[in-house]
Design a protein. Sequence first.
Lengths: 668, 519
Amino acid sequence: MGTMKRQRSDKAFNFTPFDLLTEEIVFIILDFLDENPLDRKSFSLVCKTFYTIESRHRRTLKPLRSEHLTTILSRYPQVTSLDLSLCPRITDSSLNVISHVYKSNLKSVDLSRSKFFSHVGISNLAMNCTNLVELDLSNATEIRDSAMAAIAEAKNLEKLWLARCKSITDIGIGCIAVGCRKLRLISLKWCLGVGDLGAGLIAVKCNDIRSFDLSYLPITNKCLPPILKLQHLEDLVLEGCFGIDDNSLTVLKQGCKSLKALDMSSCQNVSHVGLSSLTSGSGCLQQLILAYGSPVTLALADSLQNLSTLQSIKLDGCQVTCSGLKAIGNWCVSLRELSLSKCLGVSDEGLSTLVTKHKDLRKLDITCCRKITHVSIAHITNSCTSLASLKMESCILVPREAFVLIGQRCLLLEELDLTDNEIDDEGLKSISRCSKLSTLKLGICLNITEEGLSHVGLCCTKLVELDLYRSVGISDVGILAIARGCPGLEIINVAYCGKVTDHSLMSLAKCPRLNTLEIRGCPLVTSLGLTAIAVGCKQLSKLDIKKCYNINDAGMIPLAHFAQNLRQINLSYSSVTDVGLLSLASISCLQSMTILHLKGLTPSGLVAALLACGGLTKVKLQACFKSMLPQPLFEHLEARGCVFQWRDKAFQAEVDPKCWKLQLEDVQ
Amino acid sequence: MDLKNRTVAETWAKPSSSAKDLPKQLTPDHRSFTSFNNQQQKWEDTSLLDFNNGIQPPFPEFNQTSKAPQNHNSQIKGPDQEDMQSNETPDSNRFQDWDPRVMLNNLSFLEDKIHQLQDLVHLIVGRRGRVLGQPDELATQQQQLITTDLTSIIVQLISTAGSLLPSVKHTLSTANPAIGQLGQLGGVLFPPANNLNGGVPQQNSGGSKVSDQSNQIELTENCGTEQNYAAEEHEAKDDDDADEGENLAPGSYEILQLEKEEILAPHTHFCMICGKGFKRDANLRMHMRGHGDEYKTPAALAKPNKDSSEPMLLKRYSCPYAGCKRNKDHKKFQPLKTILCVKNHYKRTHCDKSYTCSRCNTKKFSVIADLKTHEKHCGKDKWLCSCGTTFSRKDKLFGHIALFQGHTPALPLDETKPSSVPSDRAENNESKLGNIGFNFSASASSGNAVQNMVDVKGAVDDPTAYFSPLNFDPCNLPGFHEFPRPSLEESDGSFSFLIPDACNYNQKTGGESGSNDLE
């Protein structure tokens, strides 16, 4: 076919230099076009030859709409990996079509966001696609053991996700254990019907298991012996397994030798005693997650000091003692990653001792450690100069001078979260020296103004994400500096920055990669600014214009026209009416809409928009519409895969930004 | 030997152990005198503290069982009195030999104590009736008093009962001096209001928390109810192998052997007047009341053989079947404990299994109680393997599957049915998709005139106006009408839905249109 076409074009003297390239060479070029899916799309639209080449080159497919599945599948015959997470409605017949088109070519299917299929479809998939290696069935709450028995026919399956499949039991898991002997990864998170017997049998039968997720299962110690005997087990997640306790673990007296990552979060019945017996034999444990568990005391820290290869430990939400932190500081290993987020009891003394010993820290999370002061920050910046990520949201006792130290010493920072801190323009100026910075969160920093932000815009050219939520000192000048200096900006949040006007949006429109824009509660922004964004930022996928009272239908129409990649929109409290909403229907990939308190919206206008937006999966609506509209309509929309969330919140007037902060403190 | 009394003793030691085990379990307690003494100290501390300060009692468990002690009181009293009459076994605190007089002393002492306790409880009951707003501390103190007293009574009762067994005699006699000492100690330690005078009480409690005692008391209570069951013939399927461990010295018991006919006879008790047969003598006695007032006297209604003050020799039973291990002529003869054991043993081992399970029609039983037990579980929880083997328990099935290669758990038959429901529903939904009619008339353009444009129909009227159901048949796709969703190539027409004939916009189904539908 291809050659014939080429000959024809030769005859027509439409010779192009691309005809000289063999398909293989174009394939290699195409291999480099994997950063942005839109690039491939543009490529395929150049000419018919490119179109066919791209069709044959494509290996992974993420269809937007299941209605066109047949067409898409026939267009892309070489696909091995099919991601259906954007198609909420996948029926047995869809799966039947897929399995008959791709047969043994297909290696990976993601059905984690899809509904409406049953064991019949799964059975089809497993029988026809014999080379299936990966299958994600998470959130299939309806499927039962019969579907598991069907999966068991996929003998080559290596990765299986069954998170939140609440209706399956030990029997179904037993079928999988016997059928899928090559399994390397299995996730049974939230499979509440699965207990010791199922989990144990997986461990007995599937000896190649590398990763085993048993979070929130009603399991006890009985299934642990076979699991710990697994030769290759590297990643074990036992989060929230309340049935596992110290007594049972101490009896085990055996650890898993190959284990690299262990997650024991929220295991309230496991203290350092059980933990040390579980980790005793694990010679190569690298990551340990003990979030929301027993208190981090001297005993706990001492029990873990023999882990010679440990690199990362997460203690989020634990009660922490000073001696415990000091003991962690005395470990012979040098940690790369430490998370003390929301830990109670983190003091300057403990943290300082800890960070002075672990000089190699790359990631540090001290979110909501409300007791620490400039002492800790001084120690952190002094010793951990290679920090790449520092998260310190709501460290309220840290004074503004301390932030200058961060910019002076931690020059390798890539991620910095300073939400709800005292930082001012001086600090921001200093931080702008971190030229690698890609994520900067400055939400609720009331002391910063456009002056500091201008420095960031000038120096941090690699900035990808900027959060200025409720940083009310910010105005157009600062945003302009960011937009000019950071062409790679993808995410920006200027919610409730009341000074922001259309000028900011017009300057942000120059950031071609912008995909998430939150301008909630910016009353000065109008449709004009939004139009500029729609025209300039083709990749915009998430937009929040809640409480932008001056945005109306005039802003929606250009948005509908240009922002063809918009997935998610929040229109609440804006001045959009029926017409504007209906116009959004032309955005074919629109999936999520929040439509609360739209004064100009009539029930029939809403219906028209809901029916017209065929790809909707989630809609938040005012509860009053529920009674106004016919029930069959909702049934119809739900059958298409749309989920409705009803809200019955009274209309909320906006409060003064400073006043909001005070209210927040009152609540705390 | 009195059955009731024995079971109480058993429960105290260990619910399942036979009377023979009792001394073994008691002895370590006596030996570990020193450690026990420490515990005793603890016990004393807490209790004294409470008595003196009246602070929050450490035994909240007892608040719940506030009425229980009274019940125990009456319950224990029965066997105790019976003991006095029937058994004259020595406690042998000081004497090495069996002395019925000491036993009698002990028992009458116990009786006195129970009466005292009864009076106390009466007093409390009366007072409580009068003063309603009584502080809780006082009530708990009273409860503690009663509890301690009851404990001491129970302990004494057990040691008395234990001394009845011939083989126990020596162990107890050696151990008992310690008990005596302890008892004195305990008596001193407890406030005099407790009415504890040098009894054996706390020695067995081992200074353990009162909560433990409460458990044990509950056990005795349970045991009492079990006894009631024991009277019911089919409930008491005493496994005739259960007494395997009983090693009674030959000659220490009397061997009785019933004949086959006697064992299989439906009735063993017959009315002397009308000749009616009964399974139990209690039923016969109830029946006898109908024959005249002379059978209604307490004496006539009382259990026979209880009045005899002669010491009774232990009774054990032999199976009449020659060659049976339960036959007294067998080399390794194992006696059967009760008549009921004999009956069940004989029927199970030497009779036809005539009762067939009506559910599975395979399992057969000779004892009807066994059948009833089986029928309770028959058909339920059948765990099935792909090889056809069934298991009554899931863990057994999983053990089987773990052991054998290639065996898979089989889904229960009803499993496949409910699982097909989602697919059904999916189809329903699909039809629903088709059923919703949505007329996109020209009025759509005039924003406000949308009132009429929603037309939800139950029936199919105008095929072109539908939201088509998902249909993967390619030849149907060209007719796929839907609200326009202009693709990139047709961005000019993105407002085409405002044009009156927009509803007839034909979605392009060629390959090109697909390009917009994926990422």
